[in-house]
Design a protein around this ligand. Structure first.
Ligand code: HEC
Length: 132
């Protein structure tokens, strides 16, 4: 039969192992954080705007706004088209603008938006579609 003190020292050993594992994990997390600093948030002005300019302004800007959709200012992007909004902040998959690029519907002719750039737009929307 086990003595009470054996049980207690058994528990102590367990607890010690637990702490050792825990502190190893903490060190690992700290290590990863240093090696891979969190990426900067995607910026509307510096990351998103140039993509819209290159692929969309021809038909969605001050001069020519198909369906009333202008993509040349933050306010215009968020205002959407004559039919409504095309961006759902925080939800790229639910955003018409993203959906139409992903489906290949937009741009309407010309070079498609490359996957890396579509990813930038998606990330911006998923991060809250901020005017940053
Ligand atoms: C060559 C012209 C042209 C270019 C370039 C273009 N579009 Fe369009 N876009 C249109 C036309 C025409 C329509 C309306 C007919 C349609 O939906 O196909 C439209 C409609 C849309 C709509 C639908 C709006 C609604 O409420 O139904 C979205 C969203 C859109 N475009 C986004 C974009 C984005 C984003 C780009 C750039 C990646 C882009 N478009 C590039 C011509 C263009």
């Amino acid at each position: 039969m086990l003595l009470r003190s054996d049980v207690l020292s058994g528990l102590a050993v367990f607890a010690a192992i637990g702490l050792a594992v825990q502190s190893d994990l903490n060190r690992e997390v700290a290590h990863v954080a240093v090696d891979h600093p969190a990426p900067e948030a995607v910026s509307f002005a510096t990351d998103v705007m140039p993509i819209l300019e290159q692929y969309c302004w021809e038909c969605h800007s001050e001069e020519s706004a198909e369906l009333g959709l202008k993509l040349d200012t933050y306010e215009a992007v968020m205002a959407g088209s004559d039919y409504g909004t095309v961006i759902e902040p925080g939800d790229a998959d639910g955003s018409l603008m993203i959906d139409m690029i992903a489906n290949g519907d937009m741009p309407d002719g010309g070079d498609p938006v490359p996957p890396e750039q579509l990813e930038v737009l998606k990330t911006w929307v998923n991060e809250g579609a901020e005017n940053n």
